[in-house]
Design a protein around this ligand. Structure first.
Ligand code: ING
Length: 313
């Protein structure tokens, strides 16, 4: 029997500094209902979906920084979202800033959770690939301080049996690193869902705008095809207090084809009826890992972090 999962990439428009979590959660619930009306059973919200993309700001006061984090999940602000999803029987992916405490030490992570149709959290992921910088860069329009505000994720790249298949999660910059998807594919992942907040401009390089969207799609399409999996990416988009984030939320088939994508930079629900068996022929032949991979030649990938070029002749 074909395993069908109708999924929604629930793209969020901008969240301004002045917008509280209650207002955002109302927007998320509205998109849940839209997705439900079209028969979706899984809704993918963006990275850091409860607040503005605060790593763009230099902050020094720990209380100011921690105000962007959730100390519990669900919590009073997000409980209405969990309740609405459970009433509808819809699962969801939610990205948020996680503040937790381990052995008396506060820990800060860029986190996502996978919640089932009964409102139970079945999986948690903490962002591994933190882009940007930890120091303040002078004379730029915005900062990208994920390395300052978050620790590197400590949960690896787990997968879960859910929604009739094997599901994986990642977050934003993770999609640019092929290791992310390969590690989950080696565990049988058939769909990886992710949220992202990607600035429309590059503060380090005068990069043509068309390349931003090209690279975003390239990463997800390559990952989908090379691992025979569905990839769903959901943006927080638009101008947040004047700072642009691009949209381009999309659903990518195991063939590498984009089968649905957002048209706007606002709140927009992008849906597709996914056949979870579509990637089988790709994984049984061309990317049959057991038949074709040669791990005896891949050692450098995990033994070496940076580049070591050959000695000068
Ligand atoms: N944002 C961006 C992303 O990976 C970035 C950062 C943009 C890195 C463009 C490289 C090039 O989509 C987050 N939040 O990771």
């Amino acid at each position: 029997m074909t395993r069908i999962l109708k999924v929604a990439a629930a793209q969020l428009g901008p969240i301004h500094l002045a917008e509280g979590r209650a207002q955002v959660v109302e927007r998320l619930i509205a998109m849940l209902h839209q997705a439900d009306a079209s028969g979706c059973r899984l809704v993918v919200f963006p990275e850091l979906a409860l607040t503005t993309f605060f790593p763009r700001y230099w902050m020094e006061d720990p209380a100011e920084i921690d105000a962007f984090f959730e100390t519990a999940m669900p919590n009073p602000a997000t409980q209405p979202l969990f309740d609405a999803a459970a009433r509808l029987g819809i699962g969801f992916y939610l990205g948020y800033a996680e503040l937790t405490e381990e052995n008396g030490t506060p820990r800060h992570f860029n986190t996502s959770i996978l919640v089932d149709g009964a409102g139970a959290i079945i999986g948690k992921y903490r962002k591994v690939h933190l882009p940007g910088h930890a120091h303040r860069i002078p004379d730029v329009a915005f900062q990208h301080l994920e390395k300052r505000y978050f620790e590197v994720g400590d949960l690896g790249f787990p997968v879960w049996r859910a929604f009739g298949g094997v599901m994986g999660m990642c977050i934003c910059n993770d999609r640019r690193w092929p290791e992310t998807f390969r590690v989950m594919a080696l565990q049988g992942a058939e769909m990886v869902v992710l949220g992202y907040n990607t600035p429309t401009t590059n503060i380090h390089h005068d990069e043509p705008l068309h390349l931003r969207m090209f690279h975003h799609r390239l990463c997800m399409q390559a990952a989908a095809y090379q691992n025979g999996m569905w990839v769903v990416g959901s943006a927080k988009a638009g101008k947040e207090d004047g700072h642009g984030l691009y949209g381009g939320s999309c659903i990518v088939a195991p063939t590498g084809e984009i089968v649905a994508q957002a048209m706007t930079e606002g709140d927009e629900v992008v849906t597709y009826t996914c056949d979870l068996d579509l990637g089988n022929y790709i994984k049984e032949v061309i990317f049959n890992f057991a038949a074709h991979r040669r791990i005896e030649h891949y050692g450098l990938i995990t033994e070496q972090t940076g580049v070591v070029p050959p000695e000068d002749a």
